[in-house]
Each structure stands twice: as structure tokens, then as C-alpha cells.
Design a protein around this ligand. Structure first.
Ligand SMILES: Nc1ncnc2c1ncn2[C@@H]1O[C@H](COP(=O)(O)OP(=O)(O)O)[C@@H](O)[C@H]1O
Ligand SMILES: [Mg+2]
Length: 245
């Protein structure tokens, strides 16, 4: 499969208004391209702007200035409703705290994004079952989220993200609430999804060990990209880049 440019960010800046007046600028001239089939980490210390950047990539928020093209469409100035349509069509999300509906069973949780697509019920059920099988949880459809371990909950969240057959998965600190064994299991699963199905994955983390599962690091420090390239052998390369900025 030939890889194509699916994300193109050009000089994206983001500021938030402050209650006391004025603004806080969080992102400064963020520019990068991502091709289909890539497995990329957005890395940086806490507060560096990773989630803010991810929210713009995921069409959950819009930039203050700069341009953003997703799948060849300039979505920089789309209104929230149109952004929601884009999200639903292209993107699957995975969050640190799973964001499962606590009172709905696993099957319902996985079927949720399919409801917005207007798929008939029997297709929703078939597809949700397939996704649960893919993450090894086909026997747990009738369980509630509270009955599962953290690692299992994150697998449900991944099944939900995959149910809409997205081209792109965005994962914000997906192993942040898991112990290292469960975390490694999730990372291996992402690697498999990327490798076997060619799904583009962008993952946020502040940990270099986690970034090592991926092929490229975009390192953000104080709202600026200080490194964008292959995963270096040693984290010092990134720490040096922070000092040079
Ligand atoms: N909605 C918001 N309103 C105001 N400030 C925000 C908002 N979201 C993030 N920030 C600020 O932007 C900075 C970067 O936050 P964030 O993107 O969450 O960093 P990270 O994910 O790297 O920890 C922080 O100083 C945070 O307080
Ligand atoms: Mg964050």
C-alpha cells in the first residue's frame, strides 16, 4: 500500500484566554506531516502542550492560527459540528482513563460510535463482536466496565475506537493508568494494529520507554517542537534538544 500524507500541520499556534485577562500561548508554530501507516509518538514533559496538540490533530479543538489539513481537506476553520463529522468518519480515540460508560455493558460501550453512524442494530452487534474478538474479550460483552481489570478496560476502549473502522487512532497516554505488564500488552497490541492492518497511530506519552514501541518521535517542549525524527537509541538526544531550543 502506497503511503500518502494524511496530516499536515503548518505553523499551528494555540492560545487560551486567561481569567485575569490576556492569553496564555501554549503552542508555537507547530508544523509536521504524518503519512498513512506511521506509528508516531508525541512526547514531552507534563504541561508541554501534548494534549493541546492532540486535541487539534483530533479535531476536538481548533487552532488560534496556522493551517491544518486532514486527508487533503483544510479543516482549520471548520465549525464544531463539522469537526464532529470529521472525527466520527476518520478518527478513533483512546484515553488514559478509558472513558467507558460505567453503567453500560462492554458490548454497548463498543457499539456506541456505531450508533452515530446510523448502522442497523444487527450490523452494530456483528461488528462490535468482531472488535471484542480482536482484543480477546469476546466472552465479556455482558460485563460492566467495573468488573474488568485496567488492561481489559483499555482493550474495550480500543475495540470501541476500532469499531468505526477509523483510518487514524489517537491515543493520549493510553498506558498512563496501567501497570507496566498491562501497559506493555496494550503497546504490543497497538504495534500489531499498525503493522498488520496499516492503521496510522499517534500516541502521546511523557515516557521514553513507551515511545520506543513506535517509529518516530515528535518531541515538544514548552509548546515548541524541538525534535522530529526516528526514535533515538538514547533519551539524551531529546534532552539535549530541549536545552538547545
Ligand atoms: N482548556 C484550557 N484552558 C486553559 N489552559 C489550558 C487548557 N488546556 C491546556 N491548558 C494549558 O496548556 C498547557 C499545556 O497543557 P497540556 O496540553 O494539557 O499539556 P500536556 O498534555 O503536555 O501535559 C498547560 O499550561 C495547561 O494549563
Ligand atoms: Mg496531557
Amino acid at each position: 500500500m502506497k503511503s500518502e500524507k494524511i496530516i499536515s500541520m503548518n505553523k499551528i499556534c494555540k492560545s487560551f484566554p486567561l481569567e485575569i485577562g490576556g492569553v496564555q500561548q501554549v503552542l508555537f508554530d507547530i508544523s509536521f506531516d504524518i503519512n498513512s501507516g506511521e506509528f508516531v509518538t508525541i512526547m514531552g514533559p507534563s504541561g508541554s502542550g501534548k494534549s493541546t496538540c492532540m486535541n487539534i490533530v483530533g479535531a476536538l479543538d481548533s487552532a488560534t492560527s496556522g493551517t491544518y489539513e486532514l486527508y487533503g481537506k483544510d479543516i482549520t476553520t471548520l465549525k464544531p459540528d463539522d469537526l464532529a463529522t470529521i472525527r466520527n468518519e476518520y478518527i478513533g480515540f483512546v484515553f488514559q482513563n478509558f472513558n467507558l460508560l460505567p453503567k453500560r455493558n462492554i458490548m454497548d460501550n463498543v457499539m456506541l460510535p456505531l450508533m452515530y453512524r446510523g448502522l442497523p442494530m444487527n450490523e452494530r452487534i456483528t461488528r462490535a463482536n468482531e472488535m471484542l474478538k480482536l482484543v480477546g474479550l469476546e466472552k465479556f460483552g455482558s460485563y460492566l466496565p467495573t468488573q474488568l481489570s485496567g488492561g481489559m478496560k483499555q482493550r474495550v476502549a480500543i475495540a470501541r475506537a476500532l469499531a468505526g473502522q477509523p483510518k487514524l487512532i489517537l491515543a493520549d497516554e493510553p498506558t498512563g493508568a496501567l501497570d507496566s505488564t498491562m501497559g506493555n500488552e496494550i503497546l504490543k497490541f497497538f504495534k500489531k494494529l499498525n503493522h498488520d492492518f496499516g492503521i496510522t497511530i499517534i500516541m502521546i506519552t511523557h515516557e521514553f520507554e513507551i515511545a520506543q514501541y513506535t517509529d518516530r518521535i515528535i518531541h515538544i517542549y514548552d509548546g515548541r517542537i524541538v525534535y522530529d525524527g526516528i526514535v533515538p537509541k538514547n533519551e539524551n538526544v531529546l534532552l539535549k534538544a530541549e536545552k538547545k531550543k
